[in-house]
Design a protein around this ligand. Structure first.
Ligand code: HAM
Length: 423
């Protein structure tokens, strides 16, 4: 017996019943991004593994254990399915020298891949909309990104379910100072650290603050705070950000423990979170990454950006009771007999030339069986074609959603009638 093939675990088919919601979302997103002057960039979903190692950081969860990495056996190169879009975007910007004439506002949308343990809201292939503004020192662009995201939630009707958390990570020097203090603090309390924390103690002590382990919460809460190490420039940047948010009426909470799972951030970091999706409550996240362009070999350029998880946003839409159906066809063509089948093709094309959405019955069957399908299609009209109509070059038009008699009309008249009615 053959075993039925299944999709790879954590990678989902998006079925025709779900795609109208995705398309609705994508249409809103395109309008939203255009309204702010962002331009789309499309990069390959495969990159050299080194790009992500350098950009995201060797001792992050993503690089340590979540990347789909393989050797291209044809030439021995190590390749990785992109786990996020910022690294690829920066690579492309450097490679094509896009910053030669000033800052760029870019966006992308598409699948990302992380080998995480699948659960509700967390998948191994998931989709992001990402936004990157390169070449701007901010904080005006940081503020723009938060205004933008707040607007998107309003456009989608989910603003009341999402709240904003912000933090600042300061510059490289304050982070280095904080890092030393953190290491000293945790070193002195080694016995209270779990295995993960011990492993990270010297490689990435900041991530210890992100622990979900209840036994470590008190320890982490009393740890040295980065806020106390921030220099004036970082504080000014953060103050300006806060002021911008207040002027725009965007509520936020400062979360000093927000550190993010990717190493490239400095200054602003933020997350939009919800309580409605269980454990996977971060819907959108990002921040500033002023060092990344240089770190990946470009001329130094400040930058900031964010990405939202499409599955999570759509789960919120669905949770808020929003439903999207494919719009019903204007007409469904029922045809019995060979001459009628030939005529049906002609009628269908004529109607489509006129901009109408027309489904022509497929697979034969009796008049009655086809009428059932016509009805189930939710089309507004059935167009009935038999040998008679085919011979006369006429169609019988029958309303399916409203009262009204079946009418026999010439093809040109039928096209006109349907065009008017479909408006
Ligand atoms: P991230 O926080 O890793 O940031 O991912 C952004 C968002 O993608 C998350 O908040 C979440 O909504 C969604 N997401 C992440 N992993 C999964 C998953 N396994 N399943 C479903 N959704 C997921 C970044 O990727 C950065 N590149 C964001 C950024 C852009 N920062 C600056 N520019």
């Amino acid at each position: 017996m053959s075993t039925a093939l299944r999709a790879v675990r954590g990678m989902n088919d998006i079925l025709p019943a779900q795609t109208p919601l995705w398309q609705h979302f994508e249409a809103i997103v395109r309008k939203w991004l255009a309204a702010y002057g962002y331009r789309e960039i499309r990069t390959p979903i495969l990159e050299h593994t080194g790009l992500f190692q350098r950009a995201i950081g060797e001792v992050t969860d993503i690089v340590e254990k979540e990347m789909y990495t393989f050797i291209d056996e044809l030439n021995g190169e190590s390749l990785t399915l992109r786990p996020e879009g910022t690294a690829s975007g920066v690579r492309a910007v450097i490679e094509h020298n896009l910053l030669f004439d000033g800052g760029k506002r870019l966006w992308y949308m598409g699948p990302m891949f992380r080998h995480e343990r699948p659960q509700k809201g967390r998948y191994r292939q998931f989709h992001q909309v990402g936004v990157e503004a390169l070449g701007y020192a901010g904080p005006d662009l940081d503020i723009e990104h938060l205004l933008m995201t707040a607007r998107l939630w309003r456009m989608l009707g989910i603003a009341e379910h999402i709240r904003l958390e912000i933090n600042t990570l300061g510059g490289a020097e304050s982070r280095a100072r904080h890092r030393q203090k953190l290491i000293a603090y945790f070193e002195a309390r080694q016995e209270a650290l779990d295995e993960d924390a011990r492993r990270r103690l010297y490689s990435n002590p900041l991530r210890i603050l992100d622990t979900k382990n209840p036994a470590m919460q008190a320890l982490v809460a009393a740890a040295p705070r980065l806020m106390d190490e921030l220099d004036d420039a970082a504080l000014q940047h953060f103050d300006a950000l806060r002021q911008g948010l207040e002027e725009a009426g965007i509520a936020y909470r400062i979360n000093p423990r927000l550190v993010r799972g990717l190493d490239y951030y400095n200054y602003t970091v933020f997350e939009w979170v919800t309580d409605r999706l269980g454990a996977q409550g971060t819907v959108c996240a990002g921040g500033r990454y002023d060092g990344l362009v240089e770190q990946l070999g470009g001329r130094p350029a400040p930058a900031c950006g964010f990405a939202l998880g499409i599955e999570r946003v759509l789960a919120l839409l669905t949770d808020a009771g929003q439903r999207y159906e494919e719009p019903a066809p204007d007409a469904y063509i029922v045809h019995v007999g060979e001459a009628a089948a030939r005529f049906a093709r002609l009628v269908g094309e004529r109607l489509r030339d006129a901009g109408l959405k027309v489904v022509s019955h497929g697979g034969g069957g009796s008049f009655k069986a086809q009428m059932k399908k016509a009805d189930a299609s939710l089309a507004r009209y059935a167009i009935l074609l038999g040998e008679d109509e085919a011979a006369a070059g006429e169609v019988s038009l029958k309303p399916l959603r409203a009262a009204g008699e079946q009418q026999r009309l010439g093809l040109d008249t039928a096209v006109d009638v349907l065009k008017t009615l479909a408006r």
